[in-house]
Design a protein around this ligand. Structure first.
Ligand code: FAD
Ligand code: SIN
Length: 519
């Protein structure tokens, strides 16, 4: 099938949905999402969204905290813009119908997380993301100009390459005409032509064995831009959240929000002794890279697979009412967090890098925007400050929308684009070729390209990845396309980019830490 729209959106998390709501008065909008509409990292966000809402805090402090966490390589102008825009974007979320917890005085109830010098995290209990997703989806469903299509898997961005022209990373004017997408219900590959396209495909946590991110986080947007020869940046900065619940059988790993440490929970070793004083004077509330490395070190030294988070000092009532989801989840596993310490370990959580965009969310490819976790704006630098990502997604969805509304007026659909050609492809009946390769890839990345790296580990990972890449390309070139195969290819592309950019970085900064670069 062929479809034509003004605004095409790939992804239905906070970035895709807030952009769609803003452009909808100006044309026909189509949102493609590969699973159920609500499935994505947004739904799982616990802690909340950072913004300066009252005079007790200041933009300058939030800016300073963001710059410190980013380890000196944030884009200062972007940081200033994002943080100053935050209160306006929060007010819009509230107008769309999103609820944040209020204190008794009628002000937003604010939490504090690692790296923040103030209480400035707006939240909805410990399930903020689910509330944001609910509110935005409701507003989307109520809008007559927006069509949201589930189970549609975007495979590739359509550019001049698909018109038979040679496109390299040096081609100056690569243009995006839309995407090819697999309809996962009919198994047909459809052509979506658009005047402008927004990528809002989220992160790539599934490159690693243990991740807090949902199964949809397979780096599809980044891989598509890589294949389309667009510019990508900062992919070596994968953020590992220090405290995912240790429950090895569970995927994704369940998050124990940093807000719990903000409320007073303390990291302890297997003997119940505090250890963060050995690593940082901010103790359990040091920035995430420092806490994750400290836990990694403690686990490796003791030869164990987890440490503990002790939340017992917070008080029973505050724990149960402030963290109801975590309380219930742990209880299900026989852990009463008001009495027992919580076993935790780090997990891949957030990709700071991605599709390089300017302040209007424009990528290096014309008519292609990116927002949310798949993008790299310069806000996070070497390490994202907690709860700055939902904010970044809202701010860049807004900026991209304002720009796209203008661009769409002078852009035409390119009707010369051919449909997808699947001639000669055969059905791959051996799923093991995909499932086993995915496991191998995740283990390579976890063991060699994780929290702590070295030149040797990176080279090993690179060599092993090469084999996996060649085998999978051969499979792809002869097989009928499926979501699983496409995701595997995308994960391999993302792993390759992470390793390549990690190898190129010759100093320890932010989340990139190599034992060979310690001074
Ligand atoms: P997502 O919400 O991940 O949505 C991506 C969308 O793209 C999905 O709809 C998916 O189906 C779709 N998609 C992907 N590939 C394709 C494709 N090929 N074709 C079609 N559709 C596709 N950040 C904070 O600021 N505060 C927090 O408290 C917080 N807590 C977090 C807790 C957890 C457990 C996790 C995992 C992350 C957390 N984060 C938090 C990070 C934050 O949630 C994400 O960065 C943010 O939600 C990303 O939003 P997004 O719209 O970019 O992507
Ligand atoms: C958390 O709640 O700890 C996650 C916050 C974030 O990832 O920004």
């Amino acid at each position: 099938m062929r479809y034509e729209v003004d605004f095409l959106v790939i992804g239905s998390g906070i970035a895709g949905l807030s952009y769609a709501l803003k452009v909808a008065p100006y044309g026909k909008v189509c949102i493609l999402t590969k699973g159920d509409a609500s499935e994505g990292s947004t739904k799982y966000a616990q802690g909340g969204i950072a913004a300066v809402m009252y005079d007790t805090d200041s933009f300058d402090k939030h800016i300073a905290d963001t710059l410190v966490a980013g380890d000196g390589i944030c884009d200062r102008d972007v940081v200033e813009m994002t943080i100053r825009e935050a209160p306006e974007r929060i007010r819009e979320l509230v107008q769309y119908g999103v609820n944040f917890d209020m204190s008794t005085g009628g002000r937003f109830d604010l939490h504090r997380e690692g790296g923040h010098s103030e209480f400035r995290i707006l939240h909805h209990k410990d399930n903020t993301g689910a509330e944001i997703e609910r509110g935005l989806l409701q507003a989307i469903h109520d809008h007559p100009n927006i069509e949201l299509k589930e189970n549609q898997f975007a495979i590739d961005i359509i550019t001049q390459h698909h018109l038979g022209q040679r496109v390299t990373k040096h081609t100056p004017d690569i243009d995006c005409y839309g995407v090819y997408a697999l309809n996962c219900k009919t198994n047909e590959i459809d052509t979506y032509l658009a005047k402008v396209t927004l990528l809002a495909t989220g992160g790539m946590g599934n490159v690693y064995t243990t991740t807090t991110t949902p199964i949809i986080s397979t780096g599809d947007g980044v891989a598509m831009v890589h294949r389309a020869r667009g510019v990508l940046k900062d992919l070596e900065f994968m953020q590992f959240h220090p405290t995912s619940l240790y429950n090895p059988a569970e995927k994704p790993a369940f998050l124990i929000t940093e807000a719990m440490r903000g409320a007073g929970a303390i990291l302890k070793d297997r003997n119940g002794k505090e250890f963060m004083q050995k690593y940082d004077k901010r103790l359990s509330l040091a920035p995430r890279d420092i806490v994750a490395r400290a836990i990694d070190n403690e686990m490796k030294q003791a030869g164990v697979e987890y440490v503990f988070l002790d939340a017992r000092g917070i008080g029973k009532n505050e724990l149960i009412s402030g963290f109801p989801t975590i309380y219930a989840k742990c209880l299900e596993l026989g852990i009463n967090i008001t009495k027992d310490m919580i076993p935790v370990r780090p997990a891949a959580h957030y990709q700071c890098g991605g599709v390089k965009v300017d302040r209007n969310g424009r990528s290096s490819i014309h008519h292609l925007y990116a927002a949310g976790e798949c993008s790299c704006t310069g806000l996070h630098g070497g390490n994202r400050l907690a709860s700055n990502s939902l904010l970044e997604a809202a701010v860049y969805a807004h900026n991209a929308a304002m720009d796209a509304i203008d661009i769409v007026k002078t852009t035409a659909i390119n009707n010369a684009v051919p449909d997808w050609n699947a001639e000669g492809m055969v059905l791959n009946e051996e799923m093991v070729l995909i499932t086993q390769t995915k496991k191998e890839l995740q283990e390579i990345m976890w063991n060699y390209v994780g929290i702590v790296r070295s030149d040797l580990r990176l080279q090993r990972a690179f060599d092993r990845l090469n084999l996996i890449f060649r085998e999978t390309e051969e499979l792809y070139n002869r097989s009928v396309l499926t979501e699983e195969l496409s995701e595997l290819r995308n994960l391999i592309a993302c792993a390759y980019l992470i390793i390549k950019q990690a190898k190129a970085r010759r100093e320890n900064v932010g989340l990139h830490y190599s034992i060979d670069l310690v001074k």
